[in-house]
Structure formats: C-alpha cells, structure tokens
Design a protein around this ligand. Structure first.
Ligand SMILES: *Cc1c(COP(=O)(O)O)cnc(C)c1O
Length: 304
C-alpha cells in the first residue's frame, strides 16, 4: 500500500457488527445486525471509504497530482473525496450538477474549505460527463489528473467493498444494502457467500438501470450469492422523504441510539421492517444490513 494511504488508514476506526435489540423483530423471530460502516470516519464515512480505497491507491501509483469527479450538491462521495485529497496532498476538483445556488450547501462549503475546485455544470453537460469511465478518459485534462466516475463507481471500488464482507464473522441468510449507483452492491456480490441472499434497496426512482449497471461492474463474474434489487422503498425518489420515513427513523434512533440519514440507510431499514411484517424473512433467519454512513448529508435537511 502507498505510504500516504497507509497513513490515512491509521486514522480510521473499525466498523463493528452490532445486534439490533428490537421487540418487534423478536416477535417475528428475525435477527437483524447492523454493520456500522458509519463509524469508520466522520467524513470519509461508510461505503465511500471502501469504494475510494483502491481508486486512491491507483491514483497514487499513477503519480496523479489531482483527483476529479462529479456529483450533486450534497454528495457524500465528493465530500469524502475533497477531504481525502487534502490529506493525501492531491488537488481536487468536481463538476456539480446544476447552477451554483445563491447559498452553498454545508457539504459544498466544506468542499471549498478543503480546497476542492467546484465547477457548476448544466444537467445536459452533467449527463455527458457520465460517459467517461476510465481514469484518463476525461477530455482536455493532463495525464496527471485522475478522473473518478460519479459516486466512485469503478471496477476498482469493488475490492474495497469486498473487504467489508470479509470482516463479517457471523453466518447469515441475508446481506442488505442501500443502492445509489449500485457499486457497493456489486462489491458485496463479489465476496458474498453462496448461502446468503444479497438484497439491494434502491434510493432512486426509476432504478431499472441498476441491475445492468451492477452486471457491468461485475464484468462477467457470476456472483455466488443470489441477489435482487428492491425498488419499492425510494419514497418518491432520491432525497425525497416522507413523514412516515422520518417517524421510522426517529423510532429506530430512539430504540438503538444509532443515528441514521433519510436518503439511504433509513429507506433500506424501513424496507427491511416492512418485509419482516410481510413474512418475507423466515423465523430464525439472520439479516446483516450495511449502515453506509453519510450522516454529514443530514445537515442540509435539518438546517443545522
Ligand atoms: C453513496 C451512498 C450510497 C450508495 O452507494 P452506491 O455504491 O452508489 O450504490 C449509500 N449510502 C450512502 C450513505 C451513500 O453515501
């Protein structure tokens, strides 16, 4: 491992597996455990560290001096990237979807503070940027600039996510994860054992493209574990929410003292609880859910 990356890794915390002690789940005889990826780091949190690890290694191996990526104004990926770049001594830049808002989100303000250059681009231009996949595929950039696709969605991301699976020392029947680009799901599928079913919960509406995206990332590898993407719990679309979801989130937080965010992990857990009530899981089955982190994004929604 590159010494700079090793130095960064020493600042990170473990992501323990914790049992969710919940009377309702006990009533149905279903066991739920949460893999606390949110605890890895307050900023480079959750699946963003897992996805970036080998991308950053590759950038350093290629003697890159800057990292460039793209995302929305509340992007956990860009937030983690800006901070990581500052620590590793790499310049960072990002294309942000849409016009520059009169007031920058707390996430964007942090990115600026950490030295990230922000380029606000139209939705059409943003869409165009999605075609660039390889690190050196972005036109009009020097070969020391390292391109990272939206959300860190790259084949290199899968190995880092796979390490999370290796850390799970319990046998389980289901591994569940929220999905944005599906990269984390693809990483889990590379390592999940055949006797487990892997369930992704789409955070976006119209997520029909996700399955093909996951298969493309797996690049011909057939996962040992059966898998499926549930698209019933997006609550109207990405970053859309509801009173019901917020009530669920508050109840879960009160019961477990584990903070959630309403974009990804809450939607997944809401879906898991619904499926438990519908009898989808059998008595005695054990579910491992990934808390993917992203708590920094809560600030915009709660105005603090
Ligand atoms: C980015 C993100 C996801 C989505 O991960 P993908 O690999 O894009 O599917 C899930 N949860 C959180 C908290 C995230 O920040």
């Amino acid at each position: 491992m590159h010494p700079k990356l090793r130095a960064l890794q020493t600042q990170l915390q473990p992501a323990p597996l914790v049992h969710i002690n919940c009377p309702e789940l006990q009533h149905y005889g279903v066991e739920l455990w949460l893999k606390r990826e949110d605890l890895i780091h307050p900023i480079i949190s959750g699946n963003k560290w897992r996805k970036l690890k080998y991308i950053l290694q590759d950038a350093l191996d290629n003697d890159a001096d800057s990292l460039i990526s793209m995302g929305g104004a509340w992007s956990n990926h860009l937030h983690a990237l800006a901070y990581t770049g500052a620590i590793l001594g790499l310049q960072t830049a990002a294309f942000i979807r849409g016009e520059r808002p009169p007031q920058l989100s707390p996430s964007l303000q942090d990115m600026l503070t950490w030295g990230m250059r922000l380029d606000f681009v139209s939705r059409q231009d943003f869409q165009q940027l999605r075609q660039y996949k390889d690190w050196n595929s972005l036109p009009n950039h020097s070969n020391t600039a390292y391109w990272i696709p939206e959300g860190g969605s790259s084949a290199l991301a899968l190995a880092g996510v796979g390490e999370l699976v290796e850390e799970i020392a319990l046998a389980y029947d289901y591994l569940v994860v929220p999905c944005g680009t599906g990269t984390t799901l693809a990483g889990l599928l590379q390592r999940a054992p055949a006797q487990a079913t892997v369930l992704g919960f789409a955070a976006l509406k119209n997520s029909g493209f996700l399955e093909a995206e996951v298969c493309a990332l797996l690049n011909g590898t057939i996962p040992a574990a059966p898998w499926q993407i549930n698209s019933s719990y997006h609550f109207g679309g990405f970053a859309k929410t509801s009173l019901e979801l917020h009530q669920f989130m508050s109840k879960f937080e009160a019961l477990t003292a584990i903070a959630l965010e309403p974009i990804y992990t809450s939607k997944m857990l809401f879906g898991v609880y619904e499926l438990v009530r519908q009898g989808y899981f059998k008595r005695g089955e054990r579910i491992i859910a990934i808390h993917t982190g992203g708590l920094q994004g809560r600030r915009t929604l709660h105005g603090s």
